[in-house]
Design a binder for this molecule. Structure first.
Ligand code: GRF
Length: 205
């Protein structure tokens, strides 16, 4: 299964996928491209060190969003992956890409959806909201991407304890280490081995 991973930042989830393929936790999968909207992202360094083509494409390089969306979709069609993985990717996926790659785009979100998700909930903001609400358990979710924001069929979730004294940064790190970097490779492996189907918007394993 050929995958393209879309990133915007540090690329720790990309690294978990690279490592998972190397150590056999992810079977039958090859990363054929990394797309990034931020030329300075360390994720591009991780891709380069792993010998993977890094492609930088940003809405900032185009006169309007429609032009970017067309260029982004053209590039994705050219790469033609079996699966698109959004790993810390902060750009809205064009509707036409969701339609073209229906149930072939997955995203990792750092909360237990439907909590602390949707427009405006990304990165540290998610953990700030969880701490502000006083939840005792949070976690991460892998889901298929549909036309909404964090609203597609849920594939995998993993819970993580919130501890006294947690700051957003400490909690983010624990959620990445104990949840994101585990369930994202697992989800990719399950899809690669044909274990996942979607029926009436619900994932069947
Ligand atoms: C992480 O908080 C992750 O949950 C979210 O994006 C942030 C950066 O991820 N999806 P990464 O280190 O770039 O993979």
């Amino acid at each position: 299964m050929n995958i393209v991973v879309c990133v915007s930042g540090g690329g720790t989830n990309l690294q978990a996928i690279i490592d998972g393929i190397r150590n056999g936790k992810i079977s039958n999968t090859k990363i054929t491209g990394v797309i990034c909207n931020n030329a300075g992202a360390y994720a591009l360094t991780r891709a380069k060190e792993a010998g993977i083509d890094g492609i930088c494409i940003s809405p900032k390089d185009y006169s309007d969003r429609d032009e970017f969306n067309r260029a982004f979709l053209d590039k994705m069609k050219e790469l033609n992956p079996d699966l698109i993985v959004l790993a810390g990717f902060l750009v809205t996926i064009p509707r036409e890409m969701v339609e073209t790659f229906r149930n072939r785009i997955i995203n990792i979100h750092p909360s237990l959806i439907p909590s602390f998700c949707g427009v405006g909930y990304y990165g540290l903001k998610v953990h700030e909201a969880a701490l502000a609400r006083g939840v005792k358990v949070t976690g991460a979710t892998v889901h298929f991407v549909d036309e909404g924001t964090d609203t597609g069929p849920i594939i995998a979730q993993k819970a993580v304890e919130v501890l006294p004294g947690d700051t957003p940064k400490i909690l983010q790190q624990r959620v990445m280490e104990q949840a994101e970097w585990i369930i994202l490779p697992q989800a990719i492996d399950m899809i690669a081995s044909g274990q996942i189907t979607v029926t009436d918007g619900i994932v069947q394993k």
